[in-house]
Design a protein around this ligand. Sequence first.
Ligand code: HEM
Length: 484
Amino acid sequence: MESSNIFSCVLFFLTAIISAIFLKQRKSFCRSKRRLLPPGEMGLPLVGETMDFYRAQKNNRLFEEFVQPRLAKYGPIFKTNLMGSPTVIVNGAEANRFILSSEFKLVVSSWPSSSVQLMGTNSIMGKQLGEQHRCIRSLISSSLNYAHLEALVPKICNTVELHLQKNWQGKDNLSLYRSTKVLTFTIVFECFLGLKVDPQMVNTFERVLEGVFKPAINFPGTKFSRAKKARQEIEKEMVKVVREKRKEMESGLEPIEKGGLTLLARLVAAMIQGEITEEEVVDNVIVLVFAAHDTTSFAIAMTFKMLAQHPEWYSRVHQEHMDILSNKGPHEGLTMEDTKKMKYTWQVARESMRLFPPIFGSFRKAIIDIEYEGFTIPKGWKVLWTTYGTHYNTDCFEDPLRFDPSRFEEGSIPPYVFLPFGGGTRACAGYQLAKLNILIFVHFVVTSYNWSLVYPNESITMDPLPFPAFGMPVNISPKMPSTP
Ligand code: HEM
């Protein structure tokens, strides 16, 4: 080859390499110019702003001390660093809609490692693939269709009446919050899942729940390691129960077809048909108790707190239940139709959950770079949506800190504004059960007991779910049959 040809070749390759480098740099420059992170502070190395977040949470002032100051400074979308993860906090109905309806496409649910280990990687909350999530979700939802809910009403009534007989009768005061925790546990376990409650089991479940949001340090003496041990005990027991149920169903003692069965039987039927595994059955039984327990009890506690503080609403609610009762025969129980007449009660309960959401929001993780409102949420970052961003927002609720259940007149709340039960793909799967639990419990208490709060201004603590600091003690006395 002539030397001029060699020179041309070298020149060609050099030009090609320089052009490629230039183009690559230009592309990445353009991308980084486009990649505008939301405003906000990342705090100290590693810990970020976690301590500020925890401090505000402990005082039940997460909105006032953490979210609101940043909202005021940076606007509705801002970045921070929580528990070692860069995180974007989004606020507002449109942002809620965007994130909550993008599950599996842009984001996946992201629970702390301790929660996943204790609830089980096979539970609905741990499912990060759309198809697997849909399968478990449809099993849970089909147990809460209209026909099943109708059948649940007498069962829940029976459980509430027995609970009041056992735990309220003959007493003049008790912890309302503790009482509702035991009751909620029994309702999920017995009425929904179809399992017999062993009183010891409640305590073992409580030990698991105590570790769910603690650092995942499996070292003797930590809350997490206590919780892990408790989970192992439950798991052992549940495996036994599931295998017994399987035997019953396979030997024809209980039919395998899915209609009309308790949720446990539906899960086991799906296992027999190869749709889900034994681990999935066990993990989902555990997760349902976790999802229902503290949330429903706190919602009930706050409903009673609000009724005590707003006597005009108590009168309406009381009258509503007396009217339902007066249309019943002596031994006639409540029906699904009766629960639909509890309009004021449900308005009060919803307004209580707006002001005191049992779950303040939840974390997602970006599975690709997300472009939203001119900002980039990079792949791998966490996204936190909060109820506060709409529940306490004057654009969404007029005079948002005022208690006014009439805001919930039929059809008056736009989508993704009122979110105590979340929204989108992962909206609460137990919403209908929680609603029945709350309405029926209020019915039996306001028609059978006079009650008053021992501490009308009892504070709320969060760890990390909210609860009344002293367990909400109430003074009670039975109503005489003729007392209005
Ligand atoms: C007042 C009571 C309750 C409240 C406030 C509540 C709230 C919530 C919220 C906010 C979510 C969404 C979490 C997220 O977006 O990551 C959720 C999910 C869930 N809830 Fe509830 N919940 C309540 C009661 C219940 C009950 C009684 C059950 C069932 C027995 C239940 C089962 C579930 C399940 C299985 C999920 C996960 C759904 C999924 O990932 O697809 N919840 N709940």
